[in-house]
Design a protein around this ligand. Structure first.
Ligand code: XIL
Length: 369
């Protein structure tokens, strides 16, 4: 008798605890947006190797897509001529498979983070060999194992013309179509995307549209376009973003926001001064929130995320993925770019992995739609 009631009591306590845990559990971005778009994050080597337990927990709870922040870039994956180093990229694919995460592989062709042997390459023949071999080897290894590829990254100038990269110089202005053609052949089972920043801006947007049309006109597959989304809190170009979603989706391709973060820090290029004595003062001015974020700035960040997600929900039928560039504030690249050693607050989770007011506001938008 006594045993039975003890069992009942324990059972009741357990169920109360469960209800409590459910009530206080953090909502999940991937759950709340599951009928709208994938929710991704960029992950680093530590996270891929499951050495960052707090991040690991959050990734599993919040996201259903990942982009490798660095490990699939050319300098990492082909460090020496025709010598590939797939270790971390393979681990990433295993990690994603185990945790039901779609991989957006990033990236095949980009002027930045190239292997050292590419830096002074003069011969057009060698560049062509590298280009074909790199795309074919890497894309075919992960065919169908990754959901998608950023085939070409950041090929445009701000005025919409082609960036004067080693690829343009040595291969000519058809190189982007050729990159997609090679990727399509090597990876018929993964989606193929073009990815760039500021392409919501009118001139660069026009350049992107021309580029997509050119690829399509050549009979080559392009499945989507990624707008990186490195913007500033309080200064998100909402109208240009809206026009871009409309313009890009009218071309029949998926639209994605692929590297979303909203900086709260001053940009050195906006406060240029020729005054040499301004340096030390300038430094603390450039890193104003090292000891914490004032409420007013927190609110500005929350408002920008709110406005953005309202827009994303309005166009959810055209948008296939929203990826944040990093798991939490402490790990964001914006702490070291464009100035090293600052404290930025650009994401939805703080340095202790705690959801910020912007997170709850984004969740509320999903619920109200
Ligand atoms: C950044 C990474 O976050 C850094 O860790 C790295 O040092 C430099 O590159 N656009 C892109 C990304 O397409 O690959 C960049 O990632 C950020 C800008």
């Amino acid at each position: 008798m006594q045993t039975a009631s003890t069992v009942l009591l324990i059972a009741a306590l357990i169920s109360i605890q469960t209800v409590k845990a459910q009530n206080t559990a953090t909502p999940s971005l991937k759950e709340i947006f599951k009928n709208d778009f994938f929710i991704g994050t960029a992950i680093n080597a530590q996270q891929i190797e499951e050495k960052d337990l707090a991040a690991d927990k959050l990734i599993k709870q919040q996201f259903n897509a990942v982009t490798p922040e660095n490990v699939m870039k050319a300098e990492v994956i082909e460090p020496a001529w025709n010598k590939f180093s797939f270790d971390l990229a393979d681990k990433l694919v295993d990690y994603a498979q185990k945790n039901n995460l779609k991989v957006n592989a990033h990236n095949l062709i980009w002027h930045s983070q190239l292997p050292a042997f590419m830096h002074h390459m003069q011969s057009a023949d060698s560049v062509k060999q590298y280009f074909e071999n790199h795309i074919t080897t890497v894309a075919s290894r992960y065919d169908g194992k990754v959901y998608s590829w950023d085939v070409v990254n950041e090929a445009l100038n701000e005025d919409g013309t082609l960036r004067n990269s080693i690829f343009l110089q040595k291969l000519g202005d058809n190189y982007i179509v050729e990159a997609f053609r090679l990727a399509q052949k090597a990876s018929p089972h993964s989606k193929l995307y073009y990815n760039d920043y500021n392409i919501e801006q009118p001139k660069k947007r026009a350049g992107t549209i021309a580029l997509i049309k050119k690829i399509q006109a050549a009979g080559v597959r392009i499945d989507g376009v990624g707008i990186q989304g490195h913007w500033k809190a309080g200064n998100v170009p909402l109208n240009d973003i809206e026009e871009s979603i409309k313009d890009f989706s009218a071309l029949g391709v998926e639209v994605m926001f692929t590297e979303l973060d909203l900086s709260v820090l001053p940009n050195p290029w906006e406060n240029t001064t020729a005054d040499v004595s301004a340096t030390s003062k300038g430094n603390s001015k450039m890193n104003p929130y090292a000891n914490g974020l004032p409420d007013s700035v927190q609110q500005k960040l929350t408002k920008s995320y709110t406005d953005l997600f309202k827009l994303f929900m309005k166009y959810k039928k055209d948008i296939s993925r929203i990826t944040f560039w990093g798991v939490n504030d402490g790990q964001s690249w914006l702490n070291n770019w464009p100035v090293r050693g600052r404290t930025n607050y650009p994401l939805l989770f703080d340095k202790d992995f705690k959801p910020k007011p912007a997170f709850y506001s984004v969740i509320a938008i999903a619920k109200s739609n």
